[in-house]
Design a protein around this ligand. Structure first.
Ligand code: ZN
Length: 239
């Protein structure tokens, strides 16, 4: 298992795209993995390919480190969960206080499959864009969940994986800042234009923060984060 290698959980959204750049900045060999679980916003899977292609063109040094990509079929997750991400229902908060976009155990399943692939590929660092700061109410995005899972995976696979969560304690505006720090304007432009975060998978509408319906919780979070990032940049320039 190489200490300078990583597997990035790459969905095609803003957060995981930033994590991919973060990993390419740090590690010598980086592979990506995505999951098809019957999500309504399946165009996200196309965004993965577009973003990787753009990254390869704009950042030759990173292209040299970027290895294989694979998409695992986890349609079984869609079969066992009844959520707004996998069914044609309105996005809302349920009586449990969790949004109905919550796919129970999704990140635990993703990370477990990712670790199984990382084990086979000899990749030590498993990178995920989960975040506790802009709390969307997903308990499997919490730092404690990830830390507990790291222990369980390492015990269960007799390995020394490090589950990396570079975005755990930053908000969406800081995620844009991190992207700017890592790859400047070319990376910001790539993330804005080629990633997709929208729960409705809307690629028809374009905004200053990228593509999306502009109305779902994921779009609202992304729009607000971008606007905050831009206003901070403007303040800094004014000073
Ligand atoms: Zn949306």
């Amino acid at each position: 298992m190489s200490n300078s290698s990583a597997l990035v959980l790459f969905s095609g959204g803003q957060d995981s795209a930033t994590c991919l750049a973060w990993a390419l900045d740090r590690f010598e060999r980086v592979e990506t993995i995505g999951f098809d679980y019957g999500q309504r916003h399946r165009v996200e899977l196309d965004a993965r390919i577009e973003f990787r292609a753009g990254l390869t063109t704009a950042f030759p040094a990173w292209a040299a480190k970027l290895g294989e990509d694979r998409v695992l079929d986890l349609s079984v997750l869609g079969q066992i969960s009844d959520t707004a991400l996998t069914r044609e229902v309105e996005i809302a908060t349920t009586s449990s206080g969790l949004p109905n976009t919550f796919v129970p155990g999704r990140n635990i399943v993703f990370l477990t499959f990712a670790a199984a692939v990382a084990f086979r590929r000899g990749l030590k660092h498993v990178v995920t864009g989960v975040c506790e700061t802009d709390f969307s109410g997903y308990p499997d995005c919490r730092d404690d969940t990830i830390k507990a899972l790291q222990v369980a995976l390492n015990l269960g696979m007799q390995s020394r994986f490090a589950l990396e969560t570079p975005l755990m304690w930053v908000d969406k505006a800081q995620t844009w800042s991190l992207a700017e720090h890592l790859g400047g304007t070319p990376l910001l432009d790539l993330i804005r234009d080629r990633t997709l975060t929208c729960y409705n998978g809307d690629v028809e509408h374009t905004h200053e923060w990228g593509r999306g319906c502009g109305e779902c919780p994921a779009c609202e979070l992304r729009a607000r984060g971008y606007q905050n990032f831009r206003s901070v940049v403007r303040e800094t320039v004014d000073v």
